[in-house]
Design a protein around this ligand. Structure first.
Ligand code: GLY
Length: 259
């Protein structure tokens, strides 16, 4: 059973949302629709029992709604990251101030190392850390060292050859019960340990970014075969419309920091 969550930090998309980084080719997002989808996401987390801290949109940071990239949260400490895209580095400051209100131990990555939280997948006491265009080798090693000091294990997975993956969790999610959702575009031979792999059908790769939140699994709407597979394994999937965030290369996990 993964850690149960009590709280989440989120930031609604703001007026500059469409100016964020994207390689999706999906067109420009509609802010009004994004806000409706974000509101449904907030309600879903609340329905899972979480108390939310919703930060105001900050137009200096178009990608600021993707709060997951700014920190790695564990029951033992919060670690504030240094996001790897220069336009996103400043996003971590307000998140650090927010985390100070919840955690007694808030650690920070040291420059020039970079880590995006989207590259970090917690599987109970073992963290998988993607080395990507955003998370540097130095950043991944520094984070692994910090996690080691906290009593966790960490394994680095180099995804730089998987061009379809922005982050490790673009193609991988931990469900709990020793199960890992894995999309086909993860590098062959990636060391994922002894975890049982739950596959994602070709054409449903976006669904691999799902999040287990207490008794539910939040999944992107529109991927019925994946939702059925989860149900077959005994999970209770909660589909959410994600079209506008997908256009900006974002997924369900990116929209919150859960703890
Ligand atoms: N638009 C999300 C990111 O590229 O970081």
């Amino acid at each position: 059973m993964p850690d149960r969550f009590n709280r989440a930090i989120l930031r609604r998309p703001g007026p500059t949302f469409a100016a964020g980084l994207t390689a999706s080719g999906g067109g420009s997002p509609d802010l009004k629709r994004a806000l409706v989808q974000h509101a449904a996401y907030e309600r879903a987390l609340e329905g899972c029992g979480l108390v939310l801290t919703v930060l105001p949109a900050d137009e200096r940071f178009p990608d600021g709604t993707f709060v997951e990239d700014t920190a790695v949260l564990t029951p033992r400490a919060a670690i504030v990251t240094r996001p790897g895209a220069p336009s996103r580095l400043g996003e971590a400051d307000s998140i650090e101030r927010t985390l100070d209100g919840f955690y007694t131990t808030v650690l920070k990555l040291v420059a020039p190392a970079t880590v995006d939280g989207g590259d970090v997948c917690q599987c109970e006491d073992h963290f998988l850390i993607g080395v990507s265009e955003r998370t540097s080798v130095a950043g991944a090693k520094e984070l692994a060292g910090i996690l080691g000091d906290l009593g966790y294990r960490a394994t680095l997975i180099d995804i730089r050859t998987s061009k379809s993956l922005l982050h490790l969790k673009t193609g991988l999610s931990y469900l709990g019960e020793g199960r890992l959702v894995v999309a086909g575009d993860l590098p062959e031979g990636a060391d994922l340990g002894p975890l049982e792999r739950v596959g994602v059908d070709p054409g449903e790769g976006y669904a691999a970014n799902c999040i287990r939140v207490n008794d539910r699994v939040l999944v992107a709407a529109g991927f019925p075969r994946f939702a059925e597979r989860l149900q077959g394994l005994g999970y209770d999937p909660l589909p959410l419309e994600m079209s506008e965030f997908r256009k900006m290369d974002g997924g369900l996990s990116c929209l919150s920091l859960r703890f």
